[in-house]
Design a protein around this ligand. Structure first.
Ligand SMILES: N[C@@H](CCC(=O)NCCCC(=O)O)C(=O)O
Length: 267
């Protein structure tokens, strides 16, 4: 309700757009070390009416920087990546040729701080694998070589759009966060572009969905307002795919709610 001192509504005021920290990947651009993020991730966040900001790996090396930066963020989004998490981080031996140790260090520290502070988190593909490892779980390093599992990798000879085609169903586990967010679905089709996958899960994680071969396709964190990891790519065509739309909208709604609660506490 306005009063005589308030500005009349123009009907064009924007609602608060949550600020979402996005993790990047180490790459080489024109022989220079570079941190990169596919625009599809940033677009999916913008399209859900939020503002993405990219987080440099160096944050993990500066004392107190993650805590400080989290004070200005309403949510964290962990992207996918061709790189793989180094196996020593989940208790396995061996060298990882597609490693990105800077990303590993930032993501794991960031996830633990984010869960601790109950800040909403949404993670796709490598991001879900990071959530598994950060919470004490382990990965299958080559899912396609584990007896009983299908090959979940994309065919890299296909045109890009076809690599992200919806190729298999996932079945939602009843009673969890996904079933609450997607009440009209028991299963839906997803894209699949990963060679690794969740193996053992830490105690704080709940399985939210599985592929037909039983591979874990989505996890959430118990006793947390919104911490969801999915093994597929919801950012791909996030505006037109109804499930992706609902997931991004729910994530951003949780971020907005968290921001309002924080603002109320600070008043
Ligand atoms: N390297 C991991 C994770 C796979 C993954 O995140 N792929 C994404 C590719 C690029 C992108 O779309 O962001 C694995 O192989 O399991």
């Amino acid at each position: 309700m306005g009063n005589i001192f308030s500005t009349p509504s123009t009907g064009k005021e924007t609602r608060y757009r949550p600020v979402i920290g996005v993790v990047m990947c180490e790459n080489t651009v024109d022989e220079n070390p570079a941190l990169t993020v596919h625009e599809k991730y940033l677009d999916a966040i913008f399209n859900a009416d939020a503002l993405p900001v990219c987080l440099p790996h160096e944050l993990a090396a500066r004392e107190g920087a993650i805590d400080q930066i989290l004070r200005g963020l309403d949510g964290i989004f962990l992207t996918g990546s061709p790189s793989n998490i180094e196996p020593h981080l989940y208790g396995e031996e061996g060298v990882e040729e597609l490693a990105d140790p800077g990303r590993d260090r930032l993501s794991l520290q960031l996830i633990r701080a984010t869960l601790d502070k109950k800040i909403p988190l949404f993670a796709a593909c490598r991001g879900m694998q990071e959530l598994v490892v950060a919470t004490g779980g382990s990965l299958h390093r080559k899912v396609q070589e584990v007896p009983g599992y299908n090959d979940h990798r994309e065919d890299t000879t296909l045109p890009h759009d076809e690599q992200y085609a919806l190729v298999h169903p996932v079945h939602i586990e009843p009673g969890g966060l996904l079933s609450e967010l997607l009440p009209d679905y028991q299963q839906f089709q997803v894209n699949s572009l990963h060679g690794q996958g969740a193996n053992r899960l830490g105690e704080v994680l709940t399985v939210e969905a599985r592929a037909p071969d039983n591979l874990v396709e989505a996890v959430s964190v118990r006793n947390h307002p919104f911490a969801l990891g999915v093994q597929w790519h919801p950012e791909w065509h996030s505006m037109t795919d109804p499930v992706s739309r609902q997931l991004f909208d729910a994530f951003i709604a949780a971020c907005r709610k968290g921001h309002q609660a924080r603002s109320a506490r600070e008043e």
